[in-house]
Design a protein around this ligand. Structure first.
Ligand code: OFO
Length: 164
């Protein structure tokens, strides 16, 4: 495996790990604040990101590359509002998309079509996750400060997310 691609894949492993911890922090904050639906949503997101990390680790190993399992980054543990929470979610997904696009770009530059092909799964996944994050933030912006709206958002978050 080309060294620069290996480095980029190891960076991506770290970004997926960071996203997993970031979402764990979000889940825990929501759980403590009584938003059980939002907490479950982020616990599941955290698991998914961990799976994305593992998939990359297995792939780099299969290709004979050297995996670097990253240190855990401390997650943000306090949010001033649901809007801040979901703005962070969207920002995090947009950041990961940018990094994946960068890997794809470098794969084409280095003519590594194997990694390019593997990364297509991540492209599709990011499209979906960004769409979900945007939809949830749009709904929260409609709700504004309405407490009963927040109650219903928490109750219905999974239905909203799976309808995207
Ligand atoms: Fe790893 O899927 Fe989003 O970030």
């Amino acid at each position: 495996m080309n060294k620069s691609i290996e480095t980029l894949l190891n960076d991506q492993i770290k970004y997926e790990a960071n996203a997993s911890m970031h979402y764990m922090g979000m889940a825990s904050w929501a759980d403590a604040a009584g938003y059980n639906g939002i907490a479950e949503f982020f616990y599941a997101q955290s698991e998914e990101e961990r799976e994305h990390m593992t998939k990359l680790i297995k792939f780099v190993n299969e290709r004979g590359g050297k995996v670097i399992v990253p240190a855990v980054e401390k997650a943000k543990d306090s949010y001033s509002s649901l809007n801040e929470l979901f703005e962070d979610f969207l920002k995090s997904e947009m950041f990961v998309t940018e990094q994946i696009n960068h890997v794809i770009y470098e794969c084409l530059n280095k003519k590594d079509y194997n990694v390019h092909n593997f990364m297509q799964w991540y492209v599709t996944e990011q499209l979906e996750e960004e769409a979900v994050a945007r939809t949830l933030l749009d709904k929260l912006n409609i709700i504004g400060d309405d407490k009963s709206g927040h109650y219903m958002f928490d109750r219905d978050i999974n239905a909203i997310a799976t309808s995207v």
